[in-house]
Design a protein around this ligand. Structure first.
Ligand code: NAP
Length: 252
């Protein structure tokens, strides 16, 4: 059985491990190529875009793919839209690993905004010290609010020309823990945190630290992300794939 896993997330890596450890599934993991040194993976890996819906349709046909699992990041909406369209066109079954968003708790001070641009506007006119935890692709949105001082945490150095002027980059890759997040926010004298609602445990510690320190969070809402058959965990994705495998592989 030939499987394409669209990855770049903790769940995709966990599924890759399950597939590598399990019975005879010929799986390829696809990464967008956002990081120059991705974590080593136990599956055959391809890197970079397919070339839109047309390119993905071609790839699925050329590689004779039997099933696709979309395990991309909750904010990678374009890839998911392309995948739904390509799977409809080719008739290839699609399972989508959907990571639940974080829920606002009683002591959380969140202001939810639709985009990074709206987050920059929501910071207001008074100069603040702002912690940006949203990846490097959206930092340019804060160039429109140059009155603030920014500390941004990214895996890679940002490349865009139009970055905000007062920007300090901290390069780090999660997971992070609550105590070190609280220490960091205090040491940098942060007034407000801007975050995506990524869900999962790897980057939740900053939300806990904000709760502990009474810091507000400007939360960028999730985009609409089309999905196929919704899968809640890598284990559920594995079971779904096995249900689609030819009887000979399932031992039936
Ligand atoms: P996107 O906007 O949905 O995708 C843009 C294009 O990148 C897609 O159309 C596709 O190119 C290519 N692409 C995306 N994921 C791919 C994959 N797994 N394999 C092959 N090609 C892929 O997604 P994004 O630009 O990666 O990120 C959007 C948001 O998600 C950002 O805010 C980012 O911070 C966040 N995010 C992404 C990742 C990640 O690993 N991608 C991880 C963490 C956070 P073609 O149209 O040419 O096929």
């Amino acid at each position: 059985m030939r499987v394409l896993v669209l990855g770049g997330t903790t769940e995709a890596s966990a599924l890759a491990k399950l597939l590598a450890d399990g019975p005879r599934v010929d799986a390829t993991l696809s990464l967008a190529g956002r990081t120059s040194t991705p974590k080593p993976q136990p599956l055959a890996t391809r890197v970079g875009g397919f070339g839109g819906v047309e390119g993905l349709v071609r790839w699925l046909r050329d590689e004779k793919v039997d099933a696709v699992v979309d395990a991309t990041h909750p904010y990678a909406a374009r890839m998911s839209a392309n995948t739904v369209a390509a799977c409809v066109r080719t008739g290839v079954p699609l399972g989508s690993l959907v990571r639940p968003p974080w829920q606002r708790l009683q002591d959380d001070d969140w202001r939810v905004v639709p985009t990074a641009e709206a987050a920059a506007a929501a910071l207001g006119r008074t100069p603040l010290r702002v912690f940006l935890s949203l990846g490097r692709q959206d930092l340019h949105a804060f160039a429109s609010a140059p009155q603030h001082r920014y500390v941004a945490r990214t895996i890679e150095m940002p490349e865009q020309a139009a970055l905000p002027p007062n920007l300090k980059i901290l390069r780090a890759r999660g997971p992070f823990d609550r105590d070190s997040e609280a220490r960091l926010l205090s040491a940098e004298e942060i007034d407000v945190v801007v975050s995506k609602n990524s869900g999962g445990s790897a980057t939740y510690a900053k939300i806990e630290a904000c709760r502990e320190l009474d810091l507000p969070v400007v939360m960028i809402a999730r985009p609409d992300k089309p999905a196929g058959h919704v899968l809640k965990s890598p284990e559920e994705a594995l079971a779904w794939l096995h249900d689609r495998a030819p009887a000979s592989l399932r031992g039936v």
